[in-house]
Ligand binder design. Structure first.
Ligand code: ADP
Ligand code: ADP
Length: 228
């Protein structure tokens, strides 16, 4: 579903983010992206959701070819990708319900479909009782659950997560990982950049290790490895 063909990203200051990356990811896979700070994980992730454009090479995602797609196709692309960040990025003036509903409104979902679907995803992440709270009234783990609910509300084919447990304690991280694995069990592809050794080693999935902008390891059911 996702193919990177000789993808290189060089920043304007000359620094190489990633170099000559070739990767194939299939529908339903769960892929960890590991590697030390500055390795290129965020660059890789941002290229996947078309936040950054490659300097050279090509990225294909389902029917989208990033090299030729038009700006007006971006909302369609984003609809097929859910994105979760380390710092949640919830809208502070909107309630839990509204944060999730907003993601459906921006892709012009008919009003009648919004409420039942928001309630459904809130149930999936175990927060149906918090729908009228504001983000700052929630714990970090709860905020991350809301951000996951928002990411999956439009039924994307892939969930992309950049350090989703980075701000959470081990027990809370475990709950978040249970939810992410459940989503993967519904055939949603998961691509997750992480520094969380315990998570990677206790829940084995494909591991891509990046160092110095290059993929140095690609293992089915790999472990975290030596890097930190
Ligand atoms: P990681 O997510 O693994 O920590 P990054 O993808 O953030 O790594 O960074 C890879 C390399 O690209 C690093 O050398 C970093 O300093 C550089 N880099 C990241 N973002 C930018 C930017 N906006 N401008 C210039 N260099 C950048
Ligand atoms: P109750 O008092 O029965 O708990 P509420 O008054 O909280 O119900 O909400 C009625 C319905 O409106 C609920 O199903 C709830 O999910 C939904 N709802 C809550 N907040 C919003 C909102 N900001 N926008 C749209 N619907 C909402």
């Amino acid at each position: 579903m996702i193919t990177l063909d000789k993808v290189t990203k060089q920043y304007d200051n000359g620094v190489t983010g990633i170099r000559d990356v070739n990767i194939d990811i299939k529908q339903g896979e769960f892929v960890y992206i590991v590697g030390p700070s500055g390795a290129g994980k965020s660059t890789f992730i941002k290229m996947l959701y078309h936040e950054l454009t490659p300097t050279s090479g090509d990225i294909k995602f389902n029917d989208f070819d990033f090299a030729t797609m038009k700006r007006r196709d971006l909302p369609m692309l984003r609809r097929e990708m859910g994105i979760v960040f380390q710092d949640f990025k919830l809208l502070p003036r909107l309630t839990v319900f509204e944060n999730i509903a907003y993601a459906m409104q921006v892709v012009e979902t008919p009003d009648a479909e919004i409420k039942p679907r928001v309630l459904e995803v809130l149930k999936e992440v175990g927060l149906e009782h918090k729908l009228r709270r504001f983000p700052d009234e929630l714990s970090g783990g709860e905020q991350q659950r809301v951000s996951i609910a928002r990411a999956i509300v439009n039924k994307p084919s892939v969930l992309i997560a950049d350090e989703p447990t980075g701000n959470l304690d081990p027990e809370t991280s475990d709950g978040i990982m249970d939810i992410i694995e459940t989503i993967n069990g519904q055939n949603t592809t998961i691509i997750m950049a992480t520094h969380n050794r315990d998570v990677v080693n206790s829940r084995p999935h494909r591991v891509l290790e990046i160092a110095g902008g290059e993929i140095i390891r690609d293992e089915e059911k790999g472990n975290y490895g030596l890097e930190d």
